[in-house]
Design a protein around this ligand. Structure first.
Ligand code: ADP
Ligand code: TRP
Length: 324
């Protein structure tokens, strides 16, 4: 089974992205052929500083390794280094209906957020994502809930291509978790935890004092009982979800442990748990950041392995489309 996913190098990895996507990636390593990449081309759809961009890509590589990706068990590379991604994206653009792109939630959100820079790349973003996935004949794509709409479009594009030019691409499936697919913001539990609001994110590499500050000031709900109810008590439900996923215990058991106790106690114990569980991530990231040559070597090895698969798909695609 081929498994693939990507992350943009647009800031540090937060616990939402970790619990929804990257933890799945680390668990899936060894269960199939895993390909994980840094989506640097996607990141260019929002303003980036060229002088700092390469550093950001290497930092994301360090963070992914610190979070548990093992280059001996998976292919890790930077998207821009395998040129077939952009080539396939162009071909797929020619069969993607404009209306489908215009109704994508992420496009609509980003167009609102970056009013001064609604570039065509922002609209075509999901076509490049479809190319990333189809290029490797991917079967499974582990992602958070917010990416499911892009995956549905990828399936539509794959089917459309296969219909028009003959069977070429595998039709992939999104792989989302029952618990953790959407971790909510600490300050507004109705919204997804997101890098675009850094002050409401808990980053995987935050220092103990920062973890304490962010968790203790997390928004909870009216009432006192610690009960998992995402509709009536979204703040507490979110904290219980984070607790459960880091502790490896079912929500029910955690609820029972907090019987008769208040929100302050839940937060205090969650701080202790997170300080303990996140310590190895911080330590490994620090160590990896000082090994730039090693990071570049891993991305180069990954690029070579990815390119072989990508080139073989592209030979078939060009032939099917009648190109020279
Ligand atoms: P952001 O939306 O904060 O920029 P990323 O683009 O880094 O996050 O997301 C990388 C991966 O993490 C994607 O698969 C995405 O679906 C997942 N993810 C992001 N935020 C969350 C969240 N709050 N809960 C669960 N999964 C998430
Ligand atoms: N769009 C994804 C995100 O914002 C990142 C991404 C790019 C991706 N290409 C992909 C995810 C291919 C899965 C498969 O998180």
């Amino acid at each position: 089974m081929r498994i693939l996913s990507g992350i943009q190098p647009t800031g540090s990895i937060h616990i939402g992205a970790y619990l929804g996507a990257i933890k799945q990636w680390t668990d899936l390593q060894g269960m199939g052929e895993c390909i994980f990449f840094i989506a640097d081309l996607h990141a260019l759809t929002i303003p980036q500083n060229p002088g700092n961009f390469q550093k950001q890509v290497l930092q994301t590589a360090a963070e992914l390794l610190a979070a548990g990706l093992n280059p001996e068990k998976c292919i890790i590379f930077a998207q821009s280094q395998v040129k077939e991604h952009t080539e396939l994206a162009w071909y797929l653009n020619t069969i993607t209906p404009l209306g489908e792109l215009e109704r994508m939630t992420q496009f609509k959100d980003k167009a609102k957020q970056f009013k001064q820079n609604i570039n065509a790349g922002l609209l075509n973003y999901p076509v490049l994502q479809a190319a990333d996935i189809l290029l490797y004949q991917t079967e499974s794509v582990p992602v958070g809930k917010d990416q499911v709409q892009h995956l549905e479009l990828t399936k539509t594009i794959a089917r459309k291509f296969n219909q028009k030019y003959g069977e070429t691409f595998k039709v992939p499936e999104a792989l989302t978790l029952d618990l953790g697919a959407k971790i909510m913001s600490l300050s507004d539990p109705e919204k997804k935890m997101s890098k675009s609001m850094p002050e409401t994110c808990l980053f995987l590499f935050d220092e103990p004092e920062v973890i304490k500050k962010k968790i203790m000031s997390a928004v909870t709900d009216l009432g006192k009982t610690i009960k998992y109810d995402p509709v009536k008590k979204p703040g507490v439900a979110n904290l219980l979800t984070i607790f459960s996923l880091f502790d490896g215990k079912p929500i029910k058991e955690i609820e029972n442990n907090f019987k008769g106790k208040g929100y302050a106690e839940l937060k205090k114990q969650l701080v202790n748990l997170l300080v303990l569980k996140l310590e190895p991530f911080r330590r490994k990231k620090k160590e990896l950041l000082s090994r730039e040559v090693y990071l570049k070597e891993i991305l180069e090895q990954g690029r070579k392995r990815a390119a072989i698969i990508a080139q073989s798909t592209m030979d078939a695609v060009r032939q099917k489309m009648g190109l020279l």
